[in-house]
Design a protein around this ligand. Sequence first.
Ligand code: C2O
Ligand code: CU
Length: 508
Amino acid sequence: ADTVTLDWTIEWKWVNPDGTPRPVIVVNDQWPPPTVTVNEGDRLVVHVTNKLWNETTSIHFHGMYLKGSPEMDGASGSLQCPIPPASTFTYDFTVDQVGTYWWHAHNKAQIIDGLRGPMVVNPKKAPWQGQVDGGELVITLGDWYHRQAPYLIREYARTGTEILPNSALINSGQNTQFLVQPGKTYLLRITNIGNAAGQYFQVDGHDLTIVEADGIYVEPYKVEQLYLAVSQRYAVLLTAKTAPAGNYLIKCQVDVGLFPFLSGGLSKDCYGYLMYDSTKPLPPKVPLLPGAPFDDIDLVTSTANQYDQVEAYDKVDQQILLNLDFATIDGQTRATINNSTYLTQRVPTLYTALTTSSAALNPLVYGANSNPYLVSPGKVVEILLINHDHRPHPFHLHGHTFQLIARSSSPPPSPLPPLPLSFIPSHPRPLRRDTVVLPAKGFIAIRFLADNPGVHLFHCHIEFHVEAGMTASIIESPEEMQKTVKIPEDHLQVCKRQGTKTEGNAAG
Ligand code: C2O
Ligand code: CU
């Protein structure tokens, strides 16, 4: 294994990906920012220097378990202090997993301002390896906004109305071309790196064979169309035609289901091209017609099987019940989990876990507004998340890929029978992933094994909702963390520069 070292300088710069110039956050003067590529087993070291003159920042490598190094997670306020302007901060961890991931800011909705990109972990060996003779195409989809995040966040807090994106981009641009050769097979790594909108995706005239979802291999499964909620990923095989009739459209389309008050102004279609011959004309743009795309629902109800055939956990040691809703608090739209809205923590929750000895097992020590839920080592944990809101929410858990045990678009029985409810797994070998859509007015049940001590956020991946407080902190095995985790000096330093305490008891 190697060490991959990256030096990243984070700055503002004007770009124009869709006809409207706006400032975005660039990495080393580059936008779209770079793809992070490592090999399985590599150590990744990223030195981040914040040269934004007016904002703090932080970087999260989405889907990384960070076993043994939870302090490298990047969620500001939870696992670290935000990185102030004019300072440097280092992420350093070993990558013991494979597949399609992404990285993004985990601070102040900066995904909206463009601080996000794909991440690929090349496996030593993969089930699909012998079939890919054309190479890999890394594809990102994402909704796009012309105004900067701080304005949108304030507007959201004031109105509580979902804000329509202005456009949608493929590989952070429009009309991006992807070259292929007739007859070759390609691995497409597709990620929704957007802020809010789910995306339909298809390549005209070509089937897609899913081989991986969120870093977990699945038995090859052929589809015409995919659906990716924000932060979901698929790797698919695409075989180029031996006798192509010119070039082909790559299409994506924003799912308008999130925007109940949809009105004009949204161009929801995005296009790219699968290019066989650049001397031939580009095909005309014909919008995608959402059909029956492959999404999590299929994973719950059976069709695709995970490659490693891991059985559903059949017994649950600990159940966490979370009720999701919205409320108006002090005139602001806030999201609530069990009636509590998440607020950015002054002392990172991890630091509280490390410095409060045996009191770290008492949720009160973390402060109610970190929405803390404690989990003990070795337990099978089930989270039952009930959506009292009328919108769907793509929920993501840090530090684990969970089994999706049950999912429903209708509410669970009310009143709930006494916990634990035993959900019968919808599939004997349910797919594991790290992000799943919680249906409007419905619920999900997920299970994972507590084998990774850390503070793992469980949150909706829509930045407006994150900023409105739709986050819970799963505090896993603080007693183990106290034995093994050491906060590096540069991490403590950024707290001091902001006058933030690095010890103790957020609750006071
Ligand atoms: Cu993509 Cu909290 O993460
Ligand atoms: Cu949400």
